[in-house]
Design a protein around this ligand. Structure first.
Ligand SMILES: NC(=O)c1ccc[n+]([C@@H]2O[C@H](COP(=O)([O-])OP(=O)(O)OC[C@H]3O[C@@H](n4cnc5c(N)ncnc54)[C@H](O)[C@@H]3O)[C@@H](O)[C@H]2O)c1
Length: 255
């Protein structure tokens, strides 16, 4: 078998890694050979994730902490680097969607919270991990953005603004870190069947309208997003940087 997607010997950190898309990313990076740490704000989700890793006979470093918080991020990064002896792959995945509605009704506190996590948190994570990625001789920094950051939104407007900022963040970092051999990309999922998207996937009317506009006529799975992250993290993605890869069943390109 080709070793193009092989991550053997690398060490990864995934924020929001205890559930949904982050969990699938952590699991698939592990299957590809990486040693993976997950940072998550929910101790319960972390406990459930550890149980699932244990049942699969996989090793994981579980860390509880807020991915928006500088101190929590700094100590998580130090813990991973100490545990793994290096750091090669970083996935800024933790996210929340707090507002629903048009901008005339913008909840500015919700917008600030999402900005803190999706933008400031990703930047703080980048700052904390850069010395380790550099010391490892290069690596991959990947941000979970969203389709909501690529199209106009009636109901997820503020969330979309913060996700669009994440896509710009990866372009900036890709330019700044390219000379150090560190690649920076984003993955932009459409509707993925996790708890996060339950308001869309579990309401029959909303779901039908959404699927009507999605050429593949189904919602995505967390594993399908994780596959893209494995590609971006591995040698198979070694010439890709500064991109936002859309994983949406074709929703973005449909008329
Ligand atoms: N599910 C979708 O349809 C979809 C679509 C596009 C983008 N996304 C993005 O994908 C990412 C993951 O979404 P998901 O569907 O897996 O969500 P999820 O709610 O299923 O899981 C998110 C995980 O992140 C953790 N988390 C939340 N805030 C955190 C914080 N401040 N610090 C640390 N951990 C935190 C939660 O505890 C949870 O374990 C998010 O960034 C989201 O915006 C999701």
């Amino acid at each position: 078998m080709s070793d193009l997607f092989d991550l053997d010997g690398s060490v990864a950190l995934v924020t929001g890694g205890a559930a949904g898309i982050g969990f699938a990313i952590a699991e698939e990076l592990t299957w590809a050979g990486a040693r993976v740490a997950i940072l998550d704000a929910s101790p319960d989700a972390i406990a459930r994730a550890v149980e699932r890793f244990d049942r699969a006979g996989l090793d994981v470093l579980p860390l509880v902490g807020d991915a928006a918080d500088t101190t929590a991020l700094d100590s998580a990064v130090a813990a991973v680097a100490g545990w793994g002896g290096r750091l090669d792959i970083v996935v800024a995945n933790a996210g929340v969607a707090l507002d629903v509605g048009p901008h005339l009704e913008t909840d500015h506190a919700a917008l600030a919270t999402m900005f803190e996590l999706h933008v400031q948190g990703a930047l703080r994570l980048a700052n904390a991990t850069f010395p380790h990625l550099h010391a490892a001789g290069g690596g991959a920094f990947i941000v979970t953005s969203s389709l909501a950051g690529l199209r106009g939104n009636r109901v997820l407007g503020s969330y979309g603004i913060t996700k669009a900022a994440g896509a710009q963040l990866v372009r900036n970092l890709a330019v700044q870190w390219g000379p150090a051999g560190i690649r920076v990309n984003a993955v932009a999922p459409g509707v993925i069947d996790t708890d996060f998207a339950a308001t869309m996937t579990r309401d029959p009317e909303v779901a039908a309208a959404r699927l009507e506009r999605t050429p593949l006529h189904r919602f995505g799975t967390a594993q399908e997003v994780a596959g893209t992250v494995v590609w971006l993290a591995s040698r198979a993605g070694a010439f890709v940087t500064g991109q936002t890869i859309v994983v949406d069943g074709g929703t973005l390109i449909a008329d």
